[in-house]
Every structure is written in structure tokens, then in C-alpha cells.
Design a protein around this ligand. Structure first.
Ligand SMILES: Cc1ncc(COP(=O)(O)O)c(C=O)c1O
Length: 555
């Protein structure tokens, strides 16, 4: 009997089964994407490329939400007052900034992206605060004009224990390695002590030193790919892991990241993908996402409306990390906690201690350098190994001229050593109660004063949220500065406190915060029409963009 029809049928059935399995895997992946643009990296990049530039002239700047005339007049008067104050108070700092701005590309970027682009040019022209500071002391910064500000920038998260603490780490560290100087390659003996302390803190077997958080993440992912033989990394929607291409697949990266899956936080759909796919090397978790799952870092330049939300549900996030841990163990996927930001901040033992979940690798950076630049990986021995005993040429390369730099290692040593001191240990006790209590107190005062602002926090990392639909929330950053509160360039999206803030320091910040918000309310920026909603604001902005993009809609 001729068997070829039977073989054909079997082949067709196998092909169908393979196609169906592929389709199922593809559908599962689609289902595990967050519905926002942050969950669709490629689409986000395509849409970003279509958004046209336009901005508001002087009249529109004050009237972009069609307020009554008297409100526009109040806004204009408030803006003029603020502008005069800035001109006078920050004169030297602003002058030096203007002098260097066209030579520093990073500065041009951060200056332009402080507020939504429609308002940026006008705000930049009239509210020049400057990019220079020259001193720090306690929780204060000083600028070139002699102004003092409460520091809420936290130096991007580096400043956990107060600037004076880091000055001491750097000075004592420099004294410790002075005889060796900047010799690279061989280690200064202080490295041995750092490794022991880091192993104890992280509960991991081995340590590797790098020069930035971004590099530590790059190497952790490379090691996971090397040891699993799988190409894909999973990151969660909105999570920041530095600016390396594979972990930043959306807007900001000119290339598509081919080997990255961006999945939903806190979602069974994502766990299903991890359970069923065979190409996933590692899962990267930035525990800061507990504050705003599935959303990107909240920058004021994205404050189109008042839709920014944040809230920590510690029990829910802990449960999520536990489930993630179990699936990663079951599927031999490497679980990497990226603690570059939250390590040594939310607890002395970082997120692993705070959430009670052990990762396979942990990346640290920022504060761990004792005030100097650093990135560190602590990980399981089998994952940290960069060569194979049975295949000597199959290696996983990672070097870096400045890794284990003696000055950095010595400052790190001071940092780690001081963590054991009683005055520092005391700062970590009751940390959440302290910072949650402070946030609650400020929120109560804001509510009592009927101001449309509320704060949310993960310990000492805070986000300002807005409770009334408005297009002008980003103005608050300028009022806060006028009250002597220094924010980073992303504005009210992230206030970072150092743990050496006393109650008196905090109360002073709260007083100024209330004063700034009250002035902004008085000046009419939070006026809101009876039928205003955040959705209506977004629709309106979308309409504006479309009419600027497509000439035929302008008629
Ligand atoms: C969680 C996380 N990972 C990685 C990085 C990148 O670190 P670096 O800026 O030192 O390269 C950051 C920086 O903010 C971060 O917050």
C-alpha cells in the first residue's frame, strides 16, 4: 500500500500542531502586555516619532484650558511675580547656566524636558533657575547666589544617609588608599572586606564590581543569557533599569530591542508567559515599581493632565514577588532584583529584606559607592562564573577599566563599615512608619487646606499626585523652588528624601510645600471648568496634536 498520503497527513497535522502552539504562545505574550503605550514599546516609539512640535504663545500659555478672563489675569500676574523673583534671586546661578548651556548637551535636554513641551519654551524663557550649586550641608544645598534649598533631589537616589556622611566616606576613603593612588588592575586590600560585607548583606555567593548601575544590569543580563543559553530578558512595564538598549526598548532608544519582552506587573498573564516559553533567560525587577506598577517614572514633562497615580500595597507586591520567585525557580529563569535605586534605602538589606524574597542576582549602585560612581552585582556562584571548566574558550566577557577603582572601593568600604554604627542602624528602624506618618501628616494638611495635591510614597521615595483635572500641575515645581525646595529635573514626580531628615527638617519642608501649593491655587492655575475631566484634557491635547500633524484638519 502507498504510504505517502498518510505521511502527508501526519506531516500536515504536525505542522498544524506546531503552528497552533506558536499561535498560543504569541497570544499569551500579547495578553501579558500592559494596555498602555508603556506596555507596547515598538508602538510607543512609532507614535513618538509622529508627535509634532508646537507650542503656546504668551496668550495661550495662560489660557490652554479656556479659563475665564479673571483666572487668566491671575495666572499672568502670578507668573510675572514668580518670574521677577527668579530673575532677582537666582541671577548668578542662571547667568552661569546660560553661559555654558550650548556646550552641555545633557543640560539642554534636562532644561527642555522639565515641563510638557507646549509650555516649555515660554517657561524656560521666564523662569530661569539655573543648574549650578556649590555647597551642601545637612539636608540643604546652596547655590551661587547664596540661596539655601531643602534637598529633595536626593542626587538621583544616591543620597540615602545625608551629604555630610558621603563627604566623610570620600575623604576617609581617599586617605585610606592614598599610598596606592589610582592604580588599576591589582586590588587594594580594602576590596576583600567589601566583598565579605556585600556577601553578608545580599546573602549571595559572589560579587562583581562595575562603574555604573547600567553596566551592572548589562552584565547581570549577559551572565543570565550565558548560563541559560536563552536569549530573552523580561522586564516589567515602565520599569527603569538604566539606559542600555535592551532594558529600554521604548521611547528614548532609536533601535528596537529584539530580545526583550515587556510584561505586566502583578499579572497572572505574565506568569503564564514565564511558565510556558522556553526562550527566557532572566526576569528583571525594579522593586520601585511597587509604588507605581506598570507606569514609567513620573516626570513632570508628561503631566498632560492629573492622571498620575501612585500607591504602595506592600502585601500585594510581596505576594507578586513570591509568585515570580516560584515560577523562576520552576522554569530555571534567573530572577534579578535591580536594587540600584532602592538598595540600602528601603531597608539596610534592600528589597530582598523588605519584601522577604531572595533573588538569584541583585544589582546595586548609587549610594553603595559612598558618594562615588559604582555598579555592583551580587549573585549565586553558578550564575556569576564567566567561563566553563569543560569548554575553555566559551567565556562570558566583562571587564571595565575603572572597575574596583581604589578610591571607589575605599569610599564603599567606609559606607559599608558605617552601616554597622548605631547612629546609622537607628535610622533604619521603623523607617516605613516614620515616612508613611510624614506623608500622612502632609496629606492631612493638604486636605485641610483644600489643595488639590496628595503625596504617595515608598518609604523615603515620594511622588506628588494631583486630585483635580488640570493642565498646569507642572507649575508646582516652580512654586516649590521659590519656597526653597530643590527638585531634580523630573520635578514633582519624584521627591527623594535622605534618612537624616529630622522631624523639624521635615516640618519645614511641609510648611513650604503647603505655602507653594497655596500660592499656586491663589494664582488660579488649578482653576477647573465644571465639566473638566482628565479624559477630556487628554482628548483635547490629542486633537491639538492631530491638527498640527495633519494640515487638512486645520480648516
Ligand atoms: C533601578 C535602576 N537601575 C539602573 C539604574 C542605572 O544606574 P546608573 O545611572 O548608575 O547607570 C538606575 C538609575 O537610576 C536605576 O534606578
Amino acid at each position: 500500500m502507498d504510504s505517502s498520503p498518510l505521511i502527508l497527513v501526519v506531516c500536515a497535522l504536525i505542522a498544524l500542531a506546531v503552528a497552533l502552539a506558536k499561535l498560543k504562545a504569541r497570544l499569551e505574550l500579547s495578553k501579558a502586555k500592559h494596555r498602555s503605550l508603556a506596555g507596547h514599546a515598538r508602538l510607543a516609539r512609532r507614535i513618538a516619532a509622529l508627535v509634532p512640535f508646537y507650542d503656546y504663545d504668551e496668550t495661550r500659555f495662560f489660557r490652554s484650558d479656556d479659563p475665564p478672563d479673571d483666572v487668566a489675569v491671575r495666572r499672568r500676574a502670578g507668573f510675572a511675580r514668580l518670574s521677577a523673583l527668579y530673575r532677582e534671586r537666582y541671577a548668578k546661578t542662571a547667568a552661569l547656566t546660560a553661559e555654558v548651556e550650548d556646550g552641555i548637551s545633557d543640560l539642554q535636554f534636562t532644561t527642555a524636558y522639565r515641563v510638557p513641551f507646549q509650555y516649555s519654551r515660554f517657561a524656560r524663557k521666564h523662569l530661569k533657575s539655573g543648574a549650578f550649586v556649590q555647597s551642601s550641608e545637612g539636608v540643604m544645598l546652596g547655590d551661587l547666589d547664596g540661596n539655601r534649598f531643602y534637598d529633595l533631589t536626593g542626587s538621583y537616589g544616591v543620597n540615602v544617609l545625608g551629604y555630610d556622611f558621603y563627604k566623610e566616606c570620600v575623604e576617609r576613603g581617599a586617605a585610606m588608599v592614598r599610598d596606592l593612588g589610582p592604580v588599576l588592575g591589582p586590588y587594594h586590600p580594602v576590596v576583600a572586606d567589601n566583598v565579605e560585607r556585600l556577601r553578608a548583606i545580599s546573602g549571595q555567593d559572589e560579587v562583581s564590581f562595575h562603574m555604573s548601575g547600567t553596566e551592572a544590569v548589562m552584565q547581570a543580563v549577559r551572565l543570565a543569557r550565558y548560563h541559560t543559553g536563552r536569549p530573552k530578558l523580561v522586564r516589567f512595564c515602565g520599569a527603569y533599569h538604566g539606559w542600555w538598549g535592551d532594558v529600554q526598548p521604548g521611547v528614548g532608544n532609536p533601535l528596537a530591542a529584539r530580545d526583550t519582552y515587556t510584561l505586566k506587573d502583578l499579572s497572572e498573564d505574565s506568569l503564564r508567559v514565564l511558565r510556558h516559553r522556553h526562550d527566557i533567560a532572566c526576569v528583571l525587577v525594579n522593586p520601585l515599581q511597587a509604588l507605581h506598577p506598570n507606569a514609567s517614572a513620573p516626570a513632570d514633562s508628561a503631566l498632560v493632565d492629573s492622571g498620575r497615580g501612585a500607591h504602595v500595597d506592600r502585601a500585594a507586591y510581596t505576594g507578586w514577588l513570591q509568585r515570580l520567585r516560584a515560577v523562576c525557580t520552576e522554569r530555571r529563569i534567573v530572577l534579578i532584583f535591580d536594587e540600584v535605586f532602592v538598595g540600602f534605602r528601603i531597608a539596610a538589606g534592600g528589597a530582598q529584606e523588605y519584601f522577604g524574597v531572595r533573588a538569584d542576582m541583585v544589582t546595586y549602585g548609587k549610594t553603595l559607592g559612598g558618594g562615588l560612581p559604582v555598579g555592583v552585582i551580587c549573585g549565586r556562584r553558578d550564575l556569576m562564573k564567566r567561563f566553563r571548566d569543560d569548554r575553555p574558550v566559551d567565556i562570558c566577557f566583562a571587564r571595565g577599566t575603572f572597575n574596583s577603582h581604589p578610591y571607589v572601593m575605599a569610599a564603599m568600604h567606609e559606607f559599608l563599615r558605617r552601616l554597622e554604627d548605631e547612629d546609622i542602624r537607628r535610622l533604619y528602624r521603623g523607617l516605613d512608619e516614620l515616612w508613611d506618618g510624614r506623608a500622612e501628616r502632609l496629606n492631612r494638611r493638604l486636605r485641610d487646606a483644600r489643595l488639590p495635591v496628595a503625596v504617595a510614597n515608598l518609604s523615603s521615595i515620594w511622588t506628588v499626585c494631583y486630585t483635580r483635572p488640570s493642565r498646569y500641575n507642572w507649575m508646582l515645581q516652580y512654586y516649590l523652588r521659590a519656597e526653597g525646595l530643590a527638585l531634580s529635573w523630573i520635578g514633582t514626580g519624584r521627591l527623594i528624601f535622605s534618612l537624616n531628615y529630622t522631624d523639624a527638617d521635615f516640618d519645614a519642608v511641609a510648611d513650604r510645600f503647603i505655602a507653594a501649593a497655596a500660592a499656586m491655587e491663589r494664582d488660579g492655575w488649578w482653576w477647573c471648568g465644571a465639566d473638566a475631566t482628565n479624559a477630556a484634557i487628554r482628548r483635547r491635547v490629542l486633537r491639538e496634536m492631530l491638527t498640527h500633524r495633519f494640515a487638512f484638519l486645520r480648516g
